[in-house]
Design a protein around this ligand. Structure first.
Ligand code: AMP
Length: 423
């Protein structure tokens, strides 16, 4: 059932509590916290602007970092209020708490179109604990609840779930913001009945992180292309030698079952036919976190089955890019999650960037819908300068994976269904 969205609401003069994702990277510059990247704030502008236009009294709430229940000054959201004011060209009031009398009074004084940002929700442990008293205190602040923080929707916290339940129980509406609406549309509805061929590209570190996604998508996909370290767990399951590649030896059965399922369903399941390999060498040094620094030496392309004992796979090779390219070019729907190699190292980024270019090309030339499932693939597209050339990039990491697995996210489940609109 489609969820109520902020478009459906009549909010003139009402206090609208909006859960946003303002968990932005900040750094200390001469004793002042400065926002490094305001993308997340920018992405919520359409929802906030729509609410302002509709004459709502807007109360924004978010978490920043992990202050673990303490008032950690470096994790105050105050700089986010200033940044939002800059971006939206309107004053944004800030209150240094998120519940209680002072907050209620400040929220009560808002006029239609006014904006107020509350202090970091995680200054209270009760937020993550989904404490009923805390949820009720938050719920007191709004006549209507809107959630635009998809990236936090897989967590049942007080601001993402508990307070919405209180508001819904009062008979008031709980709606998705525009950003959340797009996530539900592209990761949900669009993949329900995808235009075919539907090609899924999965990479990244671990099979275990994505096996449920693979399992679910095998029901629908025409082809699954595997890259990244996870390819080596599948190769291991095929009885191949994978040298010193990152693998999950305890996931071989799971990998084998997925390949069997693909066969039964008639879905193509492609693994790399050549790899960029390198030799991991312990430098004897440790990094800032006290972990040993491993250098990848002697990078080269390796074709054929077994990898040399002393080498690990770090990227897909050119021949693999060519084969994957043929499949991607024919696609009408593409879902991509996870890099094809250790793309943070420019020596091993070619495969990931090549896939990024192929996905963009298929979107332009073949009219394919290209949906990027968040996390590192989004980073890779940005690094390749192709960020705006796909159909949709998810803002959620863990949340997108759980949603793609078919799990009901607590922060989505709690939103009102369209038919129960009250506005
Ligand atoms: P994930 O969060 O599961 O999408 O994994 C992303 C991480 O996987 C990135 O940090 C990559 O460096 C890493 N990764 C991708 N391919 C490999 C590989 N062949 N060996 C080791 N790490 C890899």
């Amino acid at each position: 059932m489609a969820k109520l969205t902020v478009r459906d609401l009549n909010v003139r003069g009402k206090r609208v509590f909006v859960r946003v994702d303002f968990n932005v990277p900040m750094e200390d510059q001469d004793g002042q916290m400065v926002i490094n990247d305001a993308t997340r704030i920018r992405e919520t502008l359409p929802t906030i602007e729509l609410l302002v236009e509709k004459g709502a009294r807007v109360i924004l709430a978010a978490h920043l970092g992990r202050p673990k229940g303490k008032r950690e000054p470096s994790m105050s959201l105050r700089p986010a209020a200033a940044k939002l004011a800059d971006l939206i060209c309107r004053p944004v009031a800030f209150v240094d708490d998120c519940i209680g009398e002072k907050v209620e009074k400040t929220a009560g004084l808002l006029q239609p179109g006014d904006l107020l940002l509350l202090e970091n929700l995680r200054y209270y442990n009760e937020e993550e604990a989904n404490d009923p008293g805390f949820a009720a205190a938050l719920a007191k602040l709004g006549d209507v609840y809107v959630n635009d923080a998809f990236g936090a929707a897989h967590r049942a916290h007080a601001s993402t779930e508990g307070m919405a339940r209180v508001i819904a129980a009062r008979g008031d509406p709980c709606a998705a913001g525009l950003l959340m609406e797009r996530e539900l549309k592209f990761l949900g509805e669009e993949l329900e009945n995808p235009a075919r061929p539907f090609v899924v590209i999965l990479g990244g570190a671990k099979v275990s992180d994505k096996i449920n996604v693979i399992d679910r998508l095998l029901e629908k996909a025409d082809a699954i292309l595997i890259g990244g370290a996870m390819a080596y767990t599948f190769k291991l399951a095929q009885g191949l030698k994978v040298g010193r590649s990152l693998v999950e030896a305890d996931k071989i059965d799971v990998a084998r079952a997925a390949m069997e399922k693909a066969k039964t369903r008639g879905a193509r399941f492609l693994l790399p036919v050549d790899d960029v390999v390198a030799n991991p060498v312990d430098t004897g040094k440790v990094n800032k976190k006290g972990k040993p620094v491993i250098e990848m030496q002697n990078p080269r392309v390796h074709s054929g089955g077994n990898l040399p004992d002393e080498s690990g796979g770090v990227d897909i090779g050119l021949e693999t890019v060519k084969r994957y390219g043929e499949v991607i070019r024919s696609a009408k729907t593409i879902l991509w999650n996870g890099p094809m190699g250790i793309f943070e190292d420019p020596r091993f980024a070619d495969g990931t960037f090549a896939v990024a270019r192929l996905v963009v090309e298929a979107s332009h030339k073949n009219g394919a819908k290209s949906i990027i499932g968040g996390g590192d693939s989004v980073k890779a597209l940005h690094n390749a300068g192709l960020g705006d050339q796909v159909t949709f990039m998810s803002t959620g990491g863990g949340a997108s994976l759980e949603f793609l697995e078919g799990k009901e996210l607590p922060g989505v489940a709690v939103l009102s269904d369209k038919q129960s609109e009250r506005g």
